[in-house]
Every structure is written in structure tokens, then in C-alpha cells.
Design a protein around this ligand. Structure first.
Ligand SMILES: [Zn+2]
Length: 87
């Protein structure tokens, strides 16, 4: 699996859109590719934030987020990533 495919898979995994084969390939890739691993970690953080937002505001599916919510989400992600870095 190439990095480009892995990154695509990571974003699709967030939508629960990966089959078992893609999941395994992605896991294998993340074992040796630090760069994609990092991206996957950031997506995990984003998913956590997204879930938190859904619980509080009942946004429903991520795909239905308004552009304003998306902006807030990406800001929150950046902040969370910075916090992870400073650990
Ligand atoms: Zn990679």
C-alpha cells in the first residue's frame, strides 16, 4: 500500500467505509510508516472531537456538518494535535 492509498483509507475508515482487506493493509502500512501513523492518530483525535460534538449538539452525520462546523472542527483538530505534540 502506498502512502497516498493509506491516507485515503484512513479518511474512509473514519466513515466506517473500509472492508477487512483494506483495514489489514492499512494496519500493515501504519506499522512501518510513521508519517501515516501520525495522520491516523490525528484522525482518531478528530473522531473523538466529532463524537463529543454530536453528543452535545446532535449534529447527526459528519457529512451533514455545515462549513462553519467543519471550520470549528478543523481548528479543534489542529489544537488537539498541538496538545498531543506538547506531551
Ligand atoms: Zn505512509
Amino acid at each position: 500500500m502506498q502512502c497516498r492509498e493509506a491516507q485515503h483509507a484512513i479518511s474512509r475508515e473514519m466513515d466506517g467505509d473500509l472492508n477487512w482487506r483494506e483495514r489489514i493493509l492499512l494496519r500493515l502500512h501504519l506499522r512501518y510508516c510513521w508519517c501515516c501513523k501520525r495522520l491516523a492518530d490525528q484522525f482518531k483525535v478528530m473522531r473523538r472531537i466529532l463524537h463529543g460534538m454530536e453528543e452535545k449538539h446532535d449534529f447527526g452525520e459528519a457529512g451533514k456538518l455545515s462549513s462553519d462546523s467543519r471550520k470549528k472542527l478543523s481548528d479543534a483538530l489542529k489544537k488537539a494535535a498541538e496538545e498531543e505534540d506538547s506531551k
